[in-house]
Write a protein that binds this ligand. Structure first.
Ligand code: RTP
Length: 155
């Protein structure tokens, strides 16, 4: 288990307002949990427009930026940090392609969403953005460090 500690990584995952309003919180949490990833932070928050703009700052120049930020700040979001080996990349795999018309069945967006503007979930796209997004949404003390019994069977 110690050998694995170095390979553990964390990613930021958010259930967007459409996922929350549609009652998909437990469905989405369950997929990450059953895979074997570990939830180390979670909160319900209605982000301000300014906060949404910070979160999506990389997309400032895109035509959909304003609508996207309005949407993210339109209602409760479930902000989470998930931990595990390869969780950044594999989390994106569980989520599926950005456009739900192109996401494979079996993925969260493939199974549960239809259009790109309402694709129910966000996940960090790499180690740098994961770090930045976790820092934006959470204080360091919000992240809980614990070991679960299952871990010795997962790793
Ligand atoms: P996310 O960050 O939310 O996981 O999505 P992503 O990396 O797969 O996609 P990205 O290109 O970063 O876009 C972020 C979010 O912007 C919305 N979007 N709308 N109307 C459009 O054409 C359009 N394109 C992207 C989506 O909500 C996407 O998740």
């Amino acid at each position: 288990q110690e050998a694995h500690a170095a390979q553990m990584e964390q990613t930021f995952i958010a259930i967007k307002p459409d996922g929350v309003q549609r009652g998909l919180i437990s469905e989405i949490v369950s997929r990450f949990e059953r895979k074997g990833f570990k939830l180390v932070a979670i909160k319900v928050v209605v982000p301000s427009k300014e906060f949404a703009e910070k979160h999506y700052h990389d997309l400032k120049e895109r035509p959909f930026f304003n609508g996207l930020c309005d949407f993210l700040s339109s209602g409760p979001v479930i902000a989470m940090v998930w931990e595990g080996e390869g969780v950044i990349k594999y989390g994106r795999k569980l989520i599926g392609a950005t456009d739900p018309q192109k996401s494979e069945p079996g993925t969260i967006r493939g199974d549960l969403a239809v259009v790109v503007g309402r694709n129910i979930i966000h996940g960090s796209d790499g180690p740098e953005t994961a770090k930045d997004e976790i820092n934006l949404w959470f204080k360091p003390e919000d992240l809980v460090s614990y070991s679960s019994n299952a871990e010795k069977w997962i790793y």
